[in-house]
Design a protein around this ligand. Sequence first.
Ligand SMILES: [Zn+2]
Length: 62
Amino acid sequence: MNEGTVAIKRQACPDCQGTGELHIESENITEDFEVEKQTVIAQCPRCQGLGFLLSGNGGANG
Ligand SMILES: [Zn+2]
């Protein structure tokens, strides 16, 4: 058996550092006028949550 070292060229997404998700800090005001900080995790729109950018498919985008 041959262990194939498949080198797939994929570039880690610079926007999410390859995590595929973005942490957005958000502030929420409660009824008591207290500021609650919370972190919203959103899917990275650049890599569609994959964490890496697909290369070699097209180029110019819209
Ligand atoms: Zn990303």
